[in-house]
Design a protein around this ligand. Structure first.
Ligand SMILES: [Zn+2]
Length: 268
């Protein structure tokens, strides 16, 4: 049973959500109020395309608890032309922007030809290195190709984060050795997600992040009953704390400190 005190965990950071999505943008003040009541002090809203990224910056100018990542996701890669990267770099110069992405490869949905996905991803990875911004990586069923790109592209000393991790637990060591953080979303609470839980246990505490990826994939116990939103991060946080044998408040502080380090967020 969920009690009122379960619904609040002070000092949480949602390191990845999409506040400009149709589902959440309808009523931002209420979404942010509920997030605040749940204990969230900082949210990173992640752009999916140029227009969406520009909207995210606009939004962050109105709410001081928001920061932004700007990027061109793998699903829309087919409509990316060469002038997109200059425009993305211009957006990245906004003071609200702390990361580039999400960018990556999605061979699970395969909405876009793979060679185009790889090219758009590699160019964004190069840009992230040039701009010295951490990269937020979306990778599904494309691990070898993803790492092959990082063999060629210099991401610098703060390479970024694999968000909403769904890869094999055995790969975690390699990602950590390459300097990445690894982030877990509501999926880690799903009954059939044993591999995801095994992967979470492999991540050293100082490289662990949490996120909602809202409006997608609400955590249990709301998976089938509620659209996802940042306030529901508290459920993923409590679940993960129990899995890792740590008090929830400690997990909240740890993952917030990690987000501050990765995205140079300063104090909130
Ligand atoms: Zn996302």
């Amino acid at each position: 049973m969920i009690t009122d005190s379960d619904l609040h965990l002070p000092g949480l950071t949602d390191s990845h959500c999409h506040l400009t999505s149709a589902e959440l943008s309808k009523d931002i003040p209420a979404v942010l109020d509920r997030a605040r009541s749940a204990g969230l002090t900082c949210l990173l809203t992640v752009g999916q395309g140029l227009d969406d990224s520009a909207d995210a910056i606009e939004l962050a100018r109105r709410y001081r608890q928001l920061r932004v990542s700007v990027g061109l996701g793998p699903h829309g890669a087919a409509s990316v032309s060469s002038d997109h990267f200059g425009k993305l770099a211009a957006l990245a110069a906004a003071p609200e922007v702390v990361a580039l992405g999400e960018a990556g490869l999605d061979y699970y949905y395969d909405h876009c030809p793979r060679d185009i996905q790889r090219s758009v991803f590699a160019q964004q990875a190069g840009l992230a290195g040039e701009l010295e911004l951490p990269l937020i990586i979306h990778c599904r069923d494309a691990w070898d190709d993803c790492l092959a790109i990082f063999d060629r592209v210099d991401l610098g000393s703060n390479p970024g984060v694999f968000h909403c991790y769904t890869g094999p637990p055995e790969l975690i060591r390699q990602l950590i050795d390459r300097g990445f953080y690894v982030s877990f979303a509501g999926m880690v609470t799903f009954r059939n997600a044993d591999l995801c839980r095994a992967a979470a246990k492999e991540v050293p505490p100082q490289r662990l992040l949490i996120e909602t990826d809202a409006p997608y994939l609400a955590p249990e116990p709301f998976r089938k009953t509620k659209p996802n939103e940042p306030a529901l991060l508290v459920h993923t946080a409590r679940f993960l704390a129990q899995l890792l044998g740590m008090p929830p408040i400690e997990l909240a502080h740890l993952t917030t400190q990690n987000a501050r380090d990765l995205f140079s967020l300063g104090d909130y």
